[in-house]
Design a protein around this ligand. Structure first.
Ligand code: URA
Length: 160
């Protein structure tokens, strides 16, 4: 799976790996996590149709398990090239695998989120994966943080 790459997208969202639904359809974030992501983007007035979406891994790990570091490292060159070709103004990483791709393995999500990073000549915002928001439920910290972070994305895009 390649990803969604609308022309002139200013925003790139980076997830972990396609799930079962994504494998079937050949597009990222079309399953349960994607439905939540779409809803939160709409709430934040971020136009999904002009947003690029890619994953660190281009294939679903067997049994939908978490990808190993070696698998992520083997795939990350493709994402680096997608980033260079797309040249987005703002990158948002969703969850730990995408965070590790952007900032390395030593960085904790709760330490990195909540601010805009000056990263590879562009802006980077780090947030939770929608699957974590689903797992911890509507009253959980990941849902509140993801919602707030995507609202910030909407404001940033609007102001730029
Ligand atoms: N989770 C991801 O990280 N990416 C997808 O495309 C779907 C679910």
């Amino acid at each position: 799976m390649v990803g969604d790459f609308p022309a002139n997208a200013r925003l790139l969202l980076v997830g972990e790996a396609p799930g079962a639904q994504e494998d079937l359809v050949g597009r990222p974030f079309v399953g349960k996590a994607g439905l939540l992501l779409d809803a939160l983007l709409a709430e934040a007035q971020v136009d999904r149709a002009s947003t690029a979406v890619a994953n660190v891994l281009k294939c679903r790990p067997p049994g939908n398990r978490a990808p190993t570091r070696a698998e992520a490292a083997r795939c990350s060159g493709w994402l680096d090239q997608q980033l260079a070709l797309l040249d987005p103004w703002l990158v948002v990483t969703l969850g730990g695998t995408a965070l590790a791709w952007a900032l390395g393995h030593g960085v904790r999500l709760r330490d990195a989120r909540g601010r805009i990073h000056d990263w590879r000549g562009r802006q980077l915002l780090v947030t939770y994966h929608p699957s974590a928001a689903i797992r911890f439920g509507p009253a959980g910290e990941p849902m509140a943080a993801l919602r707030a972070d995507l609202r910030r994305v909407g404001e940033l895009l609007c102001a730029s």
